[in-house]
Design a protein around this ligand. Structure first.
Ligand code: UDX
Ligand code: UDX
Length: 439
């Protein structure tokens, strides 16, 4: 089949490459000319395991091409996936739909004349419930139908999540649209992916409800870590014992600095704002608490570090391990690690940040922080080390070797993944949220 993918960011670039990999002819479209030129040369604009090789492979076959022309997109195919971003409005937290509307408005004029047995615009972006219906009204003159097909990919495993999804959710307004989406995903369904056909409102909700649930699980365990801190209980044992109950499950129960990234924080705020608009604010009022518990972990980490350096950051040296919002990614959007690092810098510390992948993006977003290319350099003469993104290589660090380069061997393990006993034995004072003090 022929498809277009409009918006070639994290979601769109991965979707375009994976659809070409499964045999479709795909045209990727973006307003960003530089991005389109790089993708056409097989270079993804971000770090994502397996994506670069897949882009090169599919571009070489001719099944994947890129353009900045919406008119070309309308002519090329009858099925158009919309993957542009839906950022947060600063004042209300609601989703800003201007990119989605701009993409649809730019595509619309070409659709009527294009034929293709009826155009289908398929939204993948995360949107407030009711958006598909509004876009259908907006597209009315073009004769196009609208469907919603949310993505559930995690950065770092986006290619696998797209090729082997745990579910495909197709929100449709007609049998023809369902048949079209079944044809698009036939290779994935044949490989075992469940296909859930529903209406567009339910499909839109599946995405925001899923992300809200994941965020709630994380904030729940972080709230328990706060309780553990005053009772002396051990949150890691608590999480393991809770997670052993198959009704609860072990995933998304790692206590620490909390969630960030381009989805969870903005999605829960947008959902809360949308619920208020439709008169059901109280139904998801708990999401405000989820958000508050989450951002409180950043303040708690900063307060602990400040105590460790004697009550003031002024003139202190602070090493930060991790800048990406999570390991396996170079994405720094709403990164808890960088939010902490920047606040500590503003309070007068000299902050040196290490990250295996995200330094370039971090530097662009926070130019006043200092960056180090290896952990030892970041930690030289540090008064405190903050472990803020749990890259696996930080678990392999030699605590004794690092103790020799810092000024004071004090560690805040805000991600709860370092071997506290090993660090303690090497002379470190180490504190992690919800863990009993050692020694
Ligand atoms: C996606 C989803 O679409 C968003 O709703 C979800 O919540 C997170 O994942 P993402 O892929 O992360 O967004 O967005 P981003 O990496 O910012 O890429 C968006 C792309 O769309 C950019 O390349 C941008 O240039 C492009 N764009 C934007 C257009 O092509 N046209 C526009 O009008 C606006
Ligand atoms: C998320 C959703 O998982 C995905 O389905 C959706 O499409 C986009 O948003 P992503 O943002 O890539 O994906 O990251 P995810 O792996 O879900 O992690 C989100 C955040 O939660 C990260 O900051 C991570 O560090 C944090 N997290 C995760 C915890 O703090 N504790 C946990 O136990 C798990």
């Amino acid at each position: 089949m022929r498809l277009t993918v409009i918006g070639t960011g994290y979601v769109g670039a991965v979707h375009a490459a994976c659809m070409a990999e499964t045999g479709h002819e795909v045209l990727g479209v973006d307003v960003d000319e530089e991005r389109i030129a790089a993708l056409a040369a097989g270079r993804p604009p971000f770090h994502e395991p397996g994506l670069s090789a897949m882009l090169q492979r599919t571009v070489a076959t001719g099944r994947l091409r890129f353009t900045t022309s919406m008119a070309e997109a309308a002519r090329f195919a009858g099925t158009h996936f919309v993957c542009v971003g839906t950022p947060q409005r600063p004042e209300s937290g609601a989703a800003d739909l201007r990119h989605v509307e701009a993409a649809v408005d730019a595509l619309a004029p070409g659709l009527r004349s294009a034929g293709h047995d009826g155009a289908l615009v398929v939204g993948k972006s995360t949107v407030p419930v009711g958006t598909a219906d509004r876009l259908a009204a907006r597209l009315c003159d073009s004769g196009a139908d609208v469907a919603w097909n949310p993505e559930f990919l995690r950065e770092g495993s986006a290619v696998q999540d797209t090729l082997r999804p745990e579910r495909i959710v197709a929100g449709v307004r007609s049998a023809q649209a369902e048949a079209r989406l079944r044809a698009v995903y036939a290779p994935l369904v044949a490989a075992g992916a469940p296909f859930i056909a529903t209406d567009t409102v339910t499909a839109e909700l599946v995405k925001v409800a899923s992300n809200s649930f994941l965020a709630t699980k994380i904030s729940f365990i972080n709230a328990m870590a706060e309780i553990c801190d005053v009772t002396g209980a051990d949150v890691l044992t608590l999480a393991a014992a809770m997670g052993a109950d198959s009704r609860i499950g072990p995933n998304f129960l790692t206590p620490g600095l909390g969630f960030g990234g381009s989805c969870l924080p903005k999605d829960i705020r947008a959902f809360a704002a949308r619920a208020e608009e439709i008169g059901r604010g109280e139904s998801v009022a708990f999401l405000r608490q989820v958000d508050e518990i989450n951002t409180r972990q950043r303040r708690r980490t900063i307060a602990l570090a400040e105590r460790f350096v004697g009550g003031s950051f002024a003139g202190r040296s602070v090493a930060v391990l991790g800048a990406a919002f999570k390991p396996g990614s170079d994405d720094v959007r709403d990164s808890p690690a960088l939010a902490v690092a920047e606040t500590v810098r503003r309070r007068g510390a000299r902050v040196r940040v290490h990250d295996p992948e995200a330094v370039d993006n971090a530097r662009a977003a926070f130019p006043d922080l200092q960056y180090a290319l290896d952990v030892t350099k970041a930690c030289e003469q540090a008064d405190v080390v903050l472990h803020l993104t749990e890259w696996p290589q930080y678990q392999e660090l030699d605590p004794a070797a690092l103790a020799a380069v810092v000024r004071t061997p004090v560690m805040v393990d805000a991600r709860n993944t370092l071997d506290a006993r090993a660090w303690h034995s090497a002379g470190w004072r180490l504190s992690a949220p919800g863990r009993p003090r050692l020694g």
